[in-house]
Design a protein around this ligand. Structure first.
Ligand code: ADP
Length: 700
């Protein structure tokens, strides 16, 4: 039984080893490291096969036995050569050691060929000792490298390698110690170890090793559970053959049901326990993707991404670049860490952008590796320069990884990230998730464009409506002017007609300038320290002058109103409009009334953070007829007016100006009793002395 296990495990190991050797050679036959790895594997294959054969055939074939021992003598040499190259140890010491082992191998081989080892056990022991020492020395090469390394990540990686190598070699060697060996674990572990090495030399991305380890653990756990289920269900009742079939069936069904949830569970626990940092990063990225799916504003996109990356604490540098309007360059929308390149023009950085277009992620270490390989194996002309150009761009961007936002083959923008504390800071799995984030960002950009289009369409529709209103507003006075002019034609100058002409021309002028005011896209407020009370008073002076007699104007101005950053000219415009509307509303009721203007400072709800925000309220309360509901709905819509000679632009423009200043206009109205229009403006107070400010205005 033992022998069968030995033969089987040896054959299994031989199959896998040769698969590894062939796979690596297929990747690149000329790479020296690959060649040495393949040689080491093939040496082991030869050993496993000759060992299996000699066990199978017994001691009856001295020739085979000789071959077997010679193959064994070769193993340490191929191992030493491979590990030396693997850690690129070109020191004299390692060279001498290698030569020493070669010498030993030659001596031992001669002894074997001369059949001396048949006469005394000493030779066998010497061979065994020689193999032991050589294998540990090859691990010692790794250790030497490990000692010299500074990068923490790479040290960890070599640490894993040394420990797993030591365990695998020890068990494999123990297997061949008479009386101890199971001829099973050693072989299997050696193969696992070789696979581990294979992963390292092929991928060379450190963090993938963690993944590899994680997967191995998941697989092992899973195998144990599966074995457990089979053992309990099948082996227990195996005395009856019918039951055996039945139980196998049940076990398979149970497995089938359990497989997926169990895999997820084990993987999740594993990730959580072993790779906490990564697990959290993934959770952050997932959250970011969800967050982005609701974005419609490109301006928010960069901020959202950066804020999330910052909280993840897995990046030290990050920036989001978007294509500029005319498509000539990409400009940084937001960044964290030191200032990267602000603008990346498309011509100079063409190679980088081309790579970005063709790859889901451009990774700095991969580029460096590619550069090295190009140097080693020769490269087509221009390839190295191009790669250097890409590398230079990556450096200028402070980028470890660049992820494109691609739509229809066009790079709309990209995200760059870097973790300065680590080399190879992101595993393949993480890069995959980051690429997902980039894809989501692309969607957000496209959505926002769509949204902009819709908004443009709405704006055009509104403009159309407004133009209709404007035409109407212009046609009326023009009609009046024309009528008056016709009456004047040929006759005496009539003062009444001339007044109509002047009035209507004035009105035309008002309509056109108000319209222009309104239509002008967001006029930037000219922010200065503004005393709101003073602006109110100046405005009311004008109103009083325009409306002599009939109505009264009262002010209740809070005398310790803080000054605010605002645009006094625009405020005056707004106040004038509200006051005039109030006067007109009161005039319409045919009684005399009072306009009361009040200013006050109130605390804004939910403030108390950051320099505490307060609000200034400026109320214009009239005792006019109030505003019916159907009028109320349309109050702020351009050209909506109930007045014979109104333009319907006053409130629309006022609201736009106030909003631009960060404020709002509120309306309270009771039909029959009057209306109150309130301008609310934000006032940022100094946290130290909130009210030691601008004592102005007399309470009246
Ligand atoms: P206009 O004054 O040219 O009509 P506005 O935009 O200033 O344009 O006002 C739009 C409409 O809102 C007015 O025609 C009027 O019906 C209503 N309105 C504005 N202010 C008041 C007020 N204080 N009382 C009653 N109605 C008002």
């Amino acid at each position: 039984m033992d022998l069968w296990i030995r033969i089987q495990s040896a054959l299994l190991a031989a199959v896998i080893s040769s698969a590894l050797a062939v796979t690596i050679l297929l990747r690149n036959r000329r790479n020296r490291l690959y060649q040495l790895y393949a040689t080491f594997n093939l040496n082991l294959v030869a050993w496993y096969i000759s060992d299996a054969l000699s066990v199978y055939l017994g001691a009856s074939t001295p020739f085979l036995d000789k071959v077997r021992v010679l193959v064994a003598i070769m193993i340490p040499l191929s191992a030493l050569r491979f590990f030396r190259a693997f850690v690129s140890d070109k020191s004299l010491l390692s060279d001498r050691m290698y030569r020493l082992f070669v010498a030993m191998a030659v001596v031992l081989a001669v002894l074997v060929v001369a059949d001396v080892h048949r006469e005394t056990e000493l030779v066998d022991r010497a061979i065994y000792g020689y193999i032991c020492i050589a294998l540990y020395v090859s691990l010692y090469f790794i250790y030497r490298r490990f000692k010299r390394l500074e990068s923490k990540v790479e040290r960890t990686r070599l640490q894993y390698l040394m420990v797993s190598g030591a365990v695998a070699f020890t068990l494999a060697l123990l297997d061949y110690l008479p009386g101890i060996g199971y001829y099973f674990f050693g072989n299997i572990l050696t193969i696992l170890f070789l696979y581990f090495v294979f992963q390292i030399i092929l991928k060379l991305r450190v963090l993938d090793l963690y993944e590899f380890l994680g997967r191995a653990i998941v697989m092992a756990t899973f195998s144990f559970v599966v074995a457990g289920i089979y053992v309990t269900l099948v082996v227990w009742w195996r005395k009856e053959i019918d039951l055996f079939v039945f139980n196998t069936l049940i076990a398979s069904i149970v497995l089938y049901i359990l497989y997926e949830p169990m895999r997820v569970f084990v993987e999740e626990r594993m990730n959580h326990l072993l790779f906490r940092e990564r697990y959290e990063f993934e959770a952050h990225l997932e959250a970011l993707r969800r967050q982005m799916s609701t974005l419609i504003n490109v301006e928010d996109l960069a901020d959202t991404i950066l804020r999330r990356l910052e909280t993840s604490r897995r990046v030290t540098h990050a920036a989001v670049y978007l294509l500029e309007e005319y498509g000539l360059a990409y400009s940084a929308q937001a960044y964290m860490g030191p200032l990267p390149l602000r603008r990346l023009d498309r011509v100079t950085h063409h190679p980088f952008l081309r790579r970005l277009r063709d790859q889901a992620a451009v990774v700095l270490e991969n580029l460096e590796r590619e550069r090295k390989q190009l140097e080693e194996h020769g490269a087509p002309p221009g390839a190295v320069e191009e790669l250097d150009n890409v590398l230079a761009t990556m450096t200028a961007l402070h980028s470890g990884v660049a992820l494109p936002f691609i739509a229809d083959g066009h790079v709309l923008g990209f995200l760059t990230i870097k973790d300065d504390r680590l080399r190879e800071a992101y595993s393949s799995e993480e890069l995959r998730l980051l690429a997902g984030v980039a894809a989501q960002a692309t969607l957000a950009i496209e959505n926002s464009r769509l949204f902009d289009k819709v908004r443009d369409r709405d704006r055009l529709a509104a403009l159309g409506e407004m133009s209709a209103g404007l035409a109407h507003e212009i046609r009326n006075p023009l009609g009046a002017i024309k009528g008056a002019a016709q009456l004047l034609e040929g006759g005496e100058p009539d003062p009444e007609m001339l007044r109509i002409i002047v009035d209507e021309t004035n009105r035309l002028n008002t309509v056109v300038s108000e319209f222009l005011d309104y239509a002008r896209p967001n006029r930037k407020p000219n922010l200065v320290e503004t005393d709101v009370n003073r602006v109110v008073e100046l405005t009311l002076d004008v109103v009083r002058a325009d409306n002599p007699g009939r109505h009264e104007i009262q002010t209740r101005l809070m005398n310790v109103l803080p000054k605010v950053q605002s645009d006094p000219e625009q405020l005056r415009h707004v106040f004038l409009n509200l006051a005039q509307n109030a006067m007109q509303a009161m005039t319409a009721t045919a009684q005399s009334g009072t306009l009361t203007v009040t200013t006050r400072l109130v605390e804004s709800r939910g403030a108390a953070l950051e320099g505490e925000t307060a609000l200034i309220r400026i109320e214009f309360a009239d005792v006019g007829a109030g505003i019916p509901d159907e009028v109320r709905k349309n109050l702020f819509i351009p050209f909506f007016t109930t007045k014979q000679r109104g333009t319907g632009l006053g409130l629309a423009l006022s609201l736009r100006l106030v909003r631009n200043l960060g404020g709002n206009i509120e309306v309270v109205s009771r039909p029959g009793q009057g209306s109150t229009f309130t301008v609310v403006l934000p006032a940022r107070l100094s946290p130290v002395s909130p009210l030691v400010l601008a004592p102005t205005g007399n309470p009246s």
